[in-house]
Design a protein around this ligand. Structure first.
Ligand code: F6P
Length: 548
């Protein structure tokens, strides 16, 4: 196995360390002295218009960051990923989510097999199924057309589909609704089904492995609910359950007709899978044509990432900026703030994408990482966040890089009297990044007549880094582009840190322990005594207080 280059030993890292030591961010001064800054630092990737100019960088820092990318071999690793080399070392797998959005006319031979025809064969099956549900030719066991699709999955088998469904609500066919069940808390499935008619409900069981406890438990609960609701009608499961998995044998064991199962491959990571058959709920909701546009959006950004020169390459630069903040400014978190209500699940989706990918303490050769990795991603749609946590971003003591996302055309162009409400909304988007960048000086505060003792509390230091991402509208293609952008940002950071961004061993221990603890929770004294004192006491509390 080759070892990753240790970024901290590169000449570029040393140069960046030195630069940072004498670095005084001055966005006001930089913009005053350089009228071309905004234009120079604004780039396009597909339909995404990305303004990097309010970041704490100058040309020299950017040049050194690009050298860092070169010295750790980002381009080589990117080529290896796109070619299907087994860069997911700890699972000995290729990483080929980018193959999922290649056009039908492409070809990509990996270890002797062209994967593109395989991808399109599954897509054709997904599209035919989506059409059947949408047209009403697919009916439930009593002959009624499907009104509600319930996706049962968790992690990547939930967060991607639900985020995209919410983002593309205006594209959902009238008379169709999707719901999403993920949590093993029985409340989730109970709430999702309580007002549904079993005769018009279709379940999609989405699980890459088809072993995930939460998903299989919820699928069994849903199956019992369905059978109860249709009087155990023969053939009910076949008409009301489909599955998406890489383990089609396990799907059959569950009782789902393999004809109603959509496959994918072990080279698609769960958090990179919404563009595979895992997105079938979305395909049903928005239709094959829109789903194809969604995939084309991903592909446009893949093309940008692989062909744009480094200095104009948006995912590369955004990944490197994150490294700059994480490792040289000590940033521990990164806010993502969509000024688009339909993107309200985007931060949650990004949490899995980024944190399951880059929350690692060892590099892909097993050696410890040499610098911090994996910042915490978080966020809420603007303007809600403005009235909640922006205070800390504006005046707190920590560096919190923030990505602001907005579209020019709203789905609902409403007016309030003479006011265009989308414009009121966007005025906030523009104002916030300006306030964060340029702040408000003590003299400006005084000039407003503020009493001297209050002046310090009303000063805004500015120099708070933001990236603004705009697009013409929240179309299926733009949503695909946004996802691909963040996938590649995550990849770039992972390469700099030398980690395997495509495994997720860190979720295993908790799963194993939950299995060991289950008998103790159920009252097995021997299993209980095997637990640590704190866990024992908590379980005893639970057992004493449970009344039903
Ligand atoms: O536990 C983490 C994880 O493996 C995620 O990576 C994955 O997206 C999720 O569980 C669901 O897994 P599956 O699709 O196999 O049910």
């Amino acid at each position: 196995m080759t070892s990753p280059v240790d970024a901290t030993t590169t000449a570029a890292w040393s140069a960046l360390t030195e630069l940072k030591a004498g670095f005084t961010p001055d966005l006001r001064g930089w913009f005053d002295a350089d009228p071309g800054r905004a234009e120079r630092y604004t780039l396009d990737a597909g339909d995404l218009h990305v303004d990097l100019s309010k970041n704490l960088v100058d040309d020299e820092v950017l040049a050194r960051l690009l050298e860092l990318a070169e010295q750790v071999g980002v381009a080589e690793r990117r080529a290896a990923m796109f070619a299907g080399e087994r860069i997911n070392v700890t699972e000995n797998r290729s990483v080929l989510h980018t193959a999922l959005r290649r056009p039908r006319s492409d070809s990509l031979v990996v270890e002797g097999t062209d994967v593109v025809p395989q991808v399109h064969e599954v897509l054709d099956k997904v599209y035919a199924f989506a059409e059947a549900v949408r047209s009403g030719s697919w009916t439930g066991v009593t002959g009624k057309r499907i009104a509600t699709v319930v996706n049962i999955g968790i992690g990547g088998s939930d967060l991607g589909p639900v985020m995209v469904y919410e983002a593309l609500k205006p594209y959902v066919q009238d008379g169709l609704e999707c719901r999403f069940v993920s949590n093993i808390d029985p409340t989730d499935v109970a709430e999702a089904t309580k007002d549904l008619d079993p005769e018009t409900t279709l379940f999609i069981v989405a699980s890459k492995t088809f072993t995930t406890l939460e998903t299989l438990t919820n699928a069994r609960l849903a199956r019992a609910w369905l059978l109860d609701g249709v009087g155990n009608a023969e053939g009910a499961v076949a008409k009301h359950f489909v599955a998406v998995s890489t383990a089609l044998d396990k799907v059959a064991d569950f009782g789902i007709d393999p004809d109603n199962a959509f496959g994918f491959w072990d080279w698609v990571g769960g958090r990179y899978s919404v563009d595979s058959a895992i997105g079938v709920a979305v395909a049903v909701a928005i239709g094959p044509e829109n789903f194809a546009d969604f995939l084309a959006g991903f592909h446009a950004v893949d093309e940008h990432f692989t062909t744009a020169e480094p200095a104009r390459n948006v995912p590369l630069l955004m990944g490197l900026l994150n490294v700059w903040y994480d490792n040289f400014f000590g940033a521990q978190t990164h806010a993502v703030l969509p000024y688009a209500q339909y993107l309200h699940r985007f931060p949650a989706y990004l949490q899995q994408l980024t944190m399951e990918s880059n929350g690692k303490g060892v590099r892909y050769d097993g050696s410890p990482v040499t610098t911090d990795t994996g910042e915490v991603f978080w966020g809420e749609p603007g303007t809600n966040g403005q009235h909640a946590f922006y205070q800390l971003i504006h005046q707190g003591t920590r560096v919190i890089p923030a990505d602001f996302i907005a579209v020019a055309n709203p789905a609902h162009p409403l007016t309030d009297g003479d006011a265009d409400v989308h414009e009121l909304f966007l005025a906030n988007f523009f104002a916030q990044t300006a306030a964060l960048a340029f702040g408000k000086t003590a003299d400006q505060v005084r000039a407003e007549g503020t009493a001297e003792e209050i002046v310090p509390a009303r000063v805004f230091t500015g120099n708070r880094p933001t990236t603004s991402i705009m697009a013409p509208a929240l179309t299926p293609s733009v949503v695909g582009q946004l996802i691909a952008l963040y996938e590649h940002i995550t990849f770039v950071q992972g390469v700099v840190w030398g980690i395997d961004s495509f495994d997720q061993w860190g979720v295993e221990l908790g799963k194993q322990l939950a299995q060991q603890v289950t008998p103790a929770v159920g009252g097995d004294e021997e299993a209980l005594s095997a637990q640590d004192p704190s866990t024992q006491a908590l379980i005893r509390y639970y057992r004493e207080h449970r009344t039903r």
